[in-house]
Design a protein around this ligand. Structure first.
Ligand SMILES: Cc1cn([C@H]2C[C@H](O)[C@@H](COP(=O)(O)OP(=O)(O)O[C@H]3O[C@@H](C)C(=O)[C@@H](O)[C@H]3O)O2)c(=O)[nH]c1=O
Length: 182
């Protein structure tokens, strides 16, 4: 496992060692010990695992949950490919309002740690892209928050012509409207 720190403080990409043999491929998708040695905070309880399947052009996000239900996430793609996008919404962060993009793929097996204080989303790039993630807090619908995925103020280049978004995501606030709880 390798760790790649990204420009937004706290964001870490883990790249596991892939063991290929005539049967296929094996790799570790979560190791508390290895990941904590490489910077994953040790004080998080990974209480919920989620999975979604998406078609190319599906955008989910940008999402977060308000404290005390805020979630850190460990996200990865088990099948296909997705462009993961995170926005730093920590008011006192030097990179407040800045975003990062990381392509996650079945082929690479890379895993992204998204700390609390980020809005998170992705666009699926292949058919039946399976997106899997661990969350450090339970789903809490009343605490759901988000940001408009295509808000020009965020300057995110998603690289897609047509997006399919949920009705809920279509009416999320812009960055200017956001009253960040972080
Ligand atoms: C997120 C979530 C949804 N649901 C239900 C509610 C709803 O009926 C259905 C679909 O929910 P959503 O439309 O919110 O799913 P989705 O848009 O995929 O939401 C997810 O997006 C990505 C980008 C994230 O970062 C996640 O934290 C989560 O917000 O699943 C749960 O039961 N548990 C959960 O944890």
């Amino acid at each position: 496992m390798q760790a790649i720190p990204h420009a937004l403080p706290g964001l870490i990409e883990f790249v596991p060692r892939l063991f290929g043999d005539p049967r296929g491929v094996f790799y570790e998708t979560y190791s508390a010990r290895l990941m904590q040695e490489m910077g994953l905070p040790a004080d998080l309880d990974w209480v919920q695992d989620n999975q979604s399947k998406s078609q190319p052009g599906v955008v989910r996000g940008l999402h977060f949950q308000h404290p005390p239900h805020a979630q850190a996430k460990l996200v990865r793609v088990a099948k296909g490919r997705a462009l993961d996008v995170v926005v730093d919404i920590r008011r006192d962060s030097p990179t407040f309002g800045k975003h990062a993009k990381v392509e996650l793929s079945e082929a690479k097996g890379n895993i992204l740690f998204v700390p609390i204080g980020f809005a998170h989303g992705f666009v699926a790039l292949e058919e039946d892209t399976l997106f899997l993630y661990k969350c450090s807090n339970y789903y809490a619908p009343p605490a759901e928050g988000g940001l408009q995925w295509n808000d020009p103020a965020l300057g995110i280049e998603w690289g897609i012509a047509d997006a399919l978004v949920s009705p809920k995501d279509a009416v999320l606030p812009t960055f200017a409207e956001l009253d960040s709880p972080f």
